[in-house]
Design a protein around this ligand. Structure first.
Ligand code: FAD
Length: 451
């Protein structure tokens, strides 16, 4: 009997996660990736000045990301992730508060850390405590607009800006006035209230380009996963009328490539970003309401400012900024810092030079020194993630589709998670579950939450 095969379009984390689930279960997996590298949005570029791999944008994971952790363990790359037990919060007056767990059960483990935040008054902290308690009591599926909910639950401008906004803008890549309650709840309950380890940030010790590139090759090779880079898919092929006529079960029979070639396959897993999906589908499939709703997803950008100084600005490895333009400073050592601005829509009209100027001026105020700026690069990913607006799940399809041999994955599919590496990996595992179920081999692959 020949092994079942699967064509995975897209070599980001969703596609790779599906490959790691299906290859050991006897599937012949082929990954078709349009770029010359794997990892998708979690990627690096080569710094022209030094030739070093530099992450397009710093990526962090958290302890509550159980599927991402499982994916890294499967591939043997988990030792490249470094847990950060302390977070530092800094205000423009240069004062810094530590955020670290106490050895108490959740949710009390972070009570003292919140109480110590110098940028919140005692009443603010009581308001926040009350808001968190109420948030935990809401239904996990309710998704009204968050801002009116915060107002209705005693939050004021300061707690919204300096607490809810700080956490949510980084975690959801969207501002408080635009997000829905559902994913805001998820961030606080899963990340901060549910389990002592949920909030522990994990930082990769090596560039993403290496983590999701060279470090995976041996595993993929040993599981006979064929990876074709520089292999852009132009469209999915329908049924018998196309050649090669491979097992067309009334659905898809493979893909056509941008270079004009075709690859036959009796199952296709499409894992491209949400704004590319409809263009790849045959028109008769794309118009079906199941797929057409994807067009309602809207993007949110992230800007990352890379700065190389002639010395380190701060001894801290990373700092969350409060009341600043930059939101998170990552100190990568040797004078190289990356400042991340999530939900960076307001920067769009400013141009790169202005953004760089403002961020550099901010860093100089926060870390006064004679450090000389050697060079800089501003990178904006305009379609970084989908925007977690109220009710967004109505636009996110599940991984099994009405087309019998077409499956979907990607951080934008129905995962119960916002657009994150965890969401992407979950989607890959859910797609693998759907494929196994369609083949009469149901198996649960998604890992449970922290218990
Ligand atoms: C700037 C930025 C910062 C982020 N920070 C974080 C963070 O700190 N923590 C976190 O958890 N998440 C973060 N994310 C989100 C995270 O990167 C994504 O959620 C995750 O990588 C999405 O994986 P994916 O596989 O769903 O999609 P993608 O990574 O987009 O993968 C899709 C793949 O499909 C390929 N492709 C597209 N079209 C074709 C085609 N026609 N043929 C073949 N291949 C094609 C693409 O090249 C890509 O490799 C960030 C994202 C960005 C952009």
């Amino acid at each position: 009997m020949t092994s079942p095969s699967i064509l995975i379009v897209g070599g980001g984390l969703a596609g790779l996660a599906a490959a790691t689930a299906l290859a050991p279960r006897g599937y012949r997996v082929t990954v078709l990736e349009s770029r010359p590298r794997l990892g998708g949005r979690a990627s690096s570029f080569s710094d022209p000045a030094t030739g070093q791999l530099v992450d397009a944008c710093q990526h962090v994971s958290m302890g509550c990301c159980t599927n991402f952790a499982h994916f890294c363990r499967t591939l043997g790359i988990e030792h490249f992730l470094e847990p950060q037990r302390t977070l530092w919060f800094q205000t423009p007056d240069r004062r810094v508060s530590l955020f670290r767990a106490d050895p108490w059960p959740a949710p009390f483990h972070l009570g003292r850390a919140l109480a110590g935040a110098h940028y919140l008054s005692e009443t603010d902290k009581l308001r926040i405590g009350w808001g968190l308690l109420q948030l935990r009591r809401t239904s996990p599926d309710a998704d009204p607009p968050l801002l009116p909910w915060l107002h209705a639950h005693r939050q004021n401008a300061r707690t919204i800006d300096r607490f809810w906004g700080i956490v949510l803008t980084s975690a959801l890549n969207e501002t408080v006035d635009r997000v829905g309650l559902k994913y805001a709840r998820k961030v606080f309950v899963d990340g901060f209230m549910g389990h002592r380890d949920g909030f522990t940030v994990q930082l990769p010790r090596v560039p993403l380009g290496r983590l999701y590139g060279d470090e995976l090759r041996a595993w993929l090779k040993s599981h006979d996963v064929e990876v074709r880079e520089n292999c852009g898919v132009k469209s999915l092929l329908m049924g018998e009328s196309q050649s090669p006529p491979v097992a067309a079960t009334g659905g898809l029979s493979g893909v056509t490539l941008r270079d004009g070639g075709t690859i036959g396959g009796n199952r296709v897993l499409l894992t491209v970003p949400f704004d590319r999906v409809l263009d790849l589908l045959p028109p008769e499939i794309a118009v079906q309401p199941f797929f057409a709703r994807i067009a309602n997803l809207t993007p949110s950008p992230i800007t990352s400012v890379h700065l190389w100084f002639d010395r380190d600005l701060t001894p801290l490895p990373h700092v969350v900024l409060v009341d600043c333009l930059g939101q998170w400073v990552f100190n990568r050592g040797g004078g190289y810092v990356q400042v991340v601005v999530s939900a960076s829509r307001p920067l769009k009209s400013q141009g790169r030079e202005k953004v760089q100027e403002e961020i550099v001026a901010e860093l100089r105020r926060l870390y006064p020194s004679d450090a000389k700026l050697l060079r800089a690069k501003v990178v904006t990913e305009h379609t970084a993630t989908f925007s977690a607006v109220p009710g967004v799940d109505a636009f996110r399809p599940p991984q099994a589709t009405p087309a019998p041999n077409l499956f979907l994955a990607g951080d934008w599919t129905q995962t119960g998670w916002p657009a994150t590496m965890e969401g992407a990996v979950r989607s890959g595992y859910l797609a693998a579950e759907a494929i196994l179920a369609a083949d009469g081999r149901p198996e649960a692959l998604v890992r449970p939450d922290l218990a």
